[in-house]
Structure formats: structure tokens, C-alpha cells
Design a protein around this ligand. Structure first.
Ligand code: ADP
Length: 507
């Protein structure tokens, strides 16, 4: 390593080519090494010292192989002979050895050194350390791979388009959602994924956004229709973001297929309608039973009176009258038979009881009862872990809950902060339920007769719901009561037989 003469530090004189060269070599970031035809190092600049860890004193006069990994020596000889044949070797990627034994990735450019007569007297190499570049490349590849794997596995369809609407990228979820293979759509206009007239208008939307910057969907999200390859359409939730990559402006669309969700919602609504229908049927059954009970009494009275009249009849009564009285007696008897067979039909509900998970029962029933209510009701479930199981007729208890919840929701209609609280507490042998609302409380007109059939304040109410609930709860050995808590609203309380999950039925 030669010292730069003081005048060179002020800058080389324009015509002093040797000084210029020395300055370049000294200040270069690349390791610049000269060697003679016998592979002995003849010059070694400051960057070479930094890169390899050997000082110029240590290397000048030494074979260059000190910094060549043994398995790369052959490769070097081969390159050198190519250079001697007149070839230029630039940016050849290989490895070198440092003083402390590390192998480092490098890029090497090699050129021959000639004397004034043009004869080859050695070789000069410029070596660039690629460690940092390789690390950066590796980190970049890692990030790329990570990103790619995320793009590949996200459940959302991901479609990237450029400012002309041309599809640049289409992930596997997009392939599944739209039915196209990526290769079929990349390079085509994104309008093919939309039904008309949206497809035709799309280019115009992009153009308007780029012109005005007015956001109608970007960053906001919308539910729109997508079009599959087979022409069918499906609802999707679409979010759009935008990115600038390497000078290109791209739009990234995330689309979530809503078909499954809508199908689930439709099925839930169907299920709810079914449960409501069943409960209406059972309400009707109870109504028939109650009517039968009510009608039976006057019919029995009619029968008794006719019996009395028949006994009091004298022989001089006109036969037509006697016949009419007989007919009344027969018809009254017939009416009683009809009524009693009706009651027999309705009461024939011998339903099975078994151990049921009350938490599941409550969650499912309340979810069902709250679907489609066009008011926001805060549902507060306080379910005690030791009141998890009951020995019940699941359908009947569902019916009780459904009735109480529907009544509560109807009572709270219009209230600003509606809250429905369902709580379970374990009693020694039973699980006590409370269903409380924040409605206006029980109307005075019904309070006393709440559990009697046909008591209602609703224009289209049957007034048999609570009477059925009471019958069901009494059938489960409990009692259904209503309370008016001091802080308002209405609270219904009832209990059912408790059960440890593994226990047999309570007798
Ligand atoms: P229906 O709901 O058909 O009227 P129910 O027997 O279920 O029959 O209810 C009887 C009446 O009791 C209702 O019409 C209503 O006036 C009153 N009621 C029931 N639950 C509540 C409640 N949570 N809050 C206020 N009033 C209620």
C-alpha cells in the first residue's frame, strides 16, 4: 500500500494520469488488487484491507490464493486463462476468504495489465462485497415469500388491477370465488368479474376517481354483485385499497363471498319461522283445550236442565214438543262428546324428558327469538356454570323461553336502551331461570289475571302464551311467577329440575 503524496490530496493535475489512477484506486469502495503472472499480489488498496482483513504489507508479495477458498482456486485459474485469451470478465459472482476464515460472497471483474509495449504483465481485479446485497435480497425474498403465502391462503378473493382496470394478480381464493384460473384472467379487464351494467361502467369509475380523487368505494367498502365464469352472480363484500409500486398505481380489491353467510341467515330465519309456527300450533292446541274446558261447563248444565225437564214432563205435553226436547238432549250429549274427544286429542302430548345443556338451549333460543326484531336489544346472559344441565323437555322449555323473550322484546319496542337479561342460578335440586326486561312493566289491566288464557293487551294477541308457559313449568315441577322490580321492567321467574351431566334422571 503506497502513501498518497500530499499534492495528490489536493486533487490530481488533469494531465497526470498516474496520479488520477492512484486517487481512484485509493478512494474506491471496491477492493482493487493487482497481481503478476505468477499470482503474486503486487498492489492492495484500502478497501481490500477492509474487505479481507489483511493489510497491504501482509499481502504484497504473497500468493493471491491466501484469499481464495481452496475449492474456488480452479475456477480462478480458469478465469485468468480466459482473461489472458483476451476475454473480459465482469461481475463474476464467487466467494473469497477473509483473514479470520469467513467465506464472503463477492462479485469480481478482472482485466489484464499490460506494459507500454502491450505485453501482459499481470492481472487487476476489482472485488465487490455482496454480503449486504445478498442479505438484503434474502430478506426481500423472505418478505416476498411471506406475502405470497399470505396472498395464497387468505380466505378473501384478492384481485389487483392497474389504472386501466387490467388484472395483474388473482389469488387462489379469487379462483375459487369466480371460477376462473389466474392465467385466464390476468391481463384482461376486471369488468369480466362483474355483471352488467356495472362491468361496462367500471372503467369510467376508475377514470373519474383518478381525475377527481373522489372516493366512492376505496377505503369504504360496499356489498356488490360479482360474476362467476359460468355467468352466475353472487353477493360479495368488496374493500378496495390502492398502492404505488415502482411507479405503477395499483388497486387491490378484497372480495368476501357472502353467499354462505346469506344462506346461513336464510336458514336461521327459516328455523325461526318453524319454531314460531310450532309454538303457534301449540298455542292453538292450548286454546282449543281452554275453550273445551269453558264450553264443557255450560254443556253439562244444559244436559242437567234437560234431564230435569224430562222428569217434569206430563203426559199431556204435545208430542212435537217432547220430540224437540229429546233432540236437544241428544245434541247436547253429542256436543259434550265432540268437546271431550277434542280435549283428548290435544292432551295427547306425552313428550320425552332428558338431560339437556341449558346453556346451549338458552343461547340457541335467544338467538332465534331475536332474529328479525327491528330494534336493537342488548342481550345479557348470566349463566351460572353449576346450573349447566337440566332434566327437561327441550322443546317445551324452548317454547317457554321463546314466549318470554318475545313478550319482553314486544314490551320494549320503542324504548331507547333495551336490555334483556337471562340469568340461571343453581338451587339445591333445581335450576332457577329469570328473564328480565327494561320495558314499561306489566299493564295494570292484566297483572292479576296474567296467567289466565285469553288475557292480552295486544291487538293481534291470543293471550294464551303465559298460560301455556305456566302449564309447562308446572309440568316440570316448578312455578312461573312475574315480578315488577323496583327499578322498572318486568321479570319472570321459573325453575326446572337440575341435573349433573353424568347423573341419571331425577325421580
Ligand atoms: P300475548 O302475548 O298473546 O298477549 P301472553 O299470555 O304471552 O299473550 O301475554 C299476556 C299479556 O301479558 C300481554 O298481552 C302483555 O300485556 C302482558 N305481558 C307479558 N309479558 C310482558 C312483559 N315482559 N312486559 C309487559 N307486559 C307483558
Amino acid at each position: 500500500m503506497t502513501q498518497t503524496p500530499p499534492e495528490d490530496r489536493r486533487g490530481p493535475r488533469p494531465n497526470d494520469a498516474a496520479s488520477l489512477l492512484t486517487a481512484i484506486v485509493t478512494s474506491s469502495d471496491d477492493a482493487i488488487i493487482g497481481k503478476d503472472l505468477d499470482d503474486i499480489v503486487t498492489s492492495w488498496n484500502a478497501s481490500a484491507e477492509r474487505l479481507f482483513g489483511f493489510t497491504a504489507e501482509e499481502m504484497i508479495g504473497q500468493p493471491v490464493f491466501k484469499v481464495i477458498p481452496p475449492d474456488r482456486a480452479e475456477e480462478l485459474r480458469d478465469i485468468v486463462s480466459r482473461v489472458h485469451r483476451g476475454e473480459r470478465v465482469t461481475h463474476f459472482e464467487t466467494e473469497r476468504l477473509t483473514k479470520d476464515g469467513r467465506r464472503i460472497p463477492v462479485s469480481v471483474s478482472i482485466s489484464p495489465v499490460l506494459d507500454e509495449s502491450g505485453a501482459r504483465i499481470g492481472i487487476s481485479t476489482i472485488t465487490r462485497d455482496l454480503t449486504e446485497l445478498q442479505q438484503m435480497n434474502q430478506a426481500l425474498r423472505l418478505r416476498e415469500a411471506l406475502l405470497q403465502s399470505m396472498v395464497d391462503i387468505v380466505p378473501d378473493a384478492l384481485v389487483v388491477i392497474d389504472t386501466r382496470g387490467v388484472i395483474q394478480s388473482f389469488n387462489p381464493s379469487a379462483e375459487r370465488a369466480f371460477g376462473y384460473a389466474a392465467a385466464e384472467v390476468i391481463g384482461r379487464n376486471v369488468s369480466l368479474l362483474m355483471p352488467e351494467p356495472l362491468g361496462q361502467a367500471h372503467d369510467g369509475y376508475v377514470e373519474r376517481y383518478l381525475r377527481t380523487g373522489e372516493r366512492r368505494i376505496i377505503g369504504i367498502g360496499r356489498i356488490v354483485l360479482g360474476r362467476r365464469k359460468d355467468g352466475s352472480t353472487f353477493p360479495m363484500e368488496l374493500q378496495i385499497g390502492e398502492v404505488d409500486i415502482a411507479g405503477a398505481h395499483l388497486f387491490v380489491g378484497f372480495a368476501r363471498d357472502l353467499t354462505a353467510r346469506q344462506e346461513r341467515e336464510r336458514r336461521m330465519a327459516e328455523l325461526q319461522a318453524e319454531v314460531i309456527h310450532l309454538s303457534r300450533l301449540s298455542e292453538l292446541g292450548h286454546m282449543v283445550s281452554a275453550i273445551a274446558h269453558e264450553v264443557n261447563q255450560p254443556l253439562a248444565a244444559i244436559g242437567n236442565y234437560i234431564g230435569g225437564i224430562r222428569r217434569l214432563l206430563t203426559d199431556d205435553i204435545p208430542p212435537v214438543l217432547r220430540q224437540a226436547i229429546e233432540r236437544v238432549a241428544v245434541q247436547a250429549e253429542r256436543a259434550r262428546d265432540i268437546v271431550s274427544s277434542m280435549r283428548g286429542l290435544v292432551n295427547k302430548e306425552d313428550r320425552p324428558r332428558q338431560t339437556e345443556n341449558l346453556e346451549t338451549l338458552i343461547r340457541e333460543t335467544s338467538a332465534l327469538a331475536l332474529i328479525g326484531t327491528n330494534q336493537t336489544v342488548g342481550l345479557d346472559l348470566r349463566l351460572s356454570p353449576d346450573a349447566m344441565f337440566g332434566y327437561v323437555d327441550k322443546v317445551q322449555i324452548q317454547q317457554v323461553l321463546l314466549n318470554l323473550i318475545r313478550n319482553a322484546v314486544e314490551a320494549m319496542n320503542g324504548a331507547s336502551a333495551s336490555r334483556l337479561t337471562i340469568e340461571t342460578v343453581r338451587m339445591p335440586d333445581r335450576v332457577e331461570f329469570t328473564v328480565a326486561d327494561t320495558g314499561p312493566g306489566l299493564p295494570d289491566t292484566v297483572r292479576e289475571r296474567l296467567f289466565q288464557p285469553f288475557v292480552t293487551t295486544k291487538p293481534d294477541g291470543l293471550g294464551v302464551g303465559l298460560s301455556i308457559c305456566r302449564t309447562i313449568i308446572e309440568g316440570h315441577g316448578g312455578e312461573l311467577t312475574a315480578e315488577s322490580p323496583p327499578d322498572g321492567g318486568t321479570l319472570f321467574r321459573f325453575s326446572v329440575p337440575a341435573q349433573q351431566e353424568a347423573e341419571g334422571p331425577k325421580t
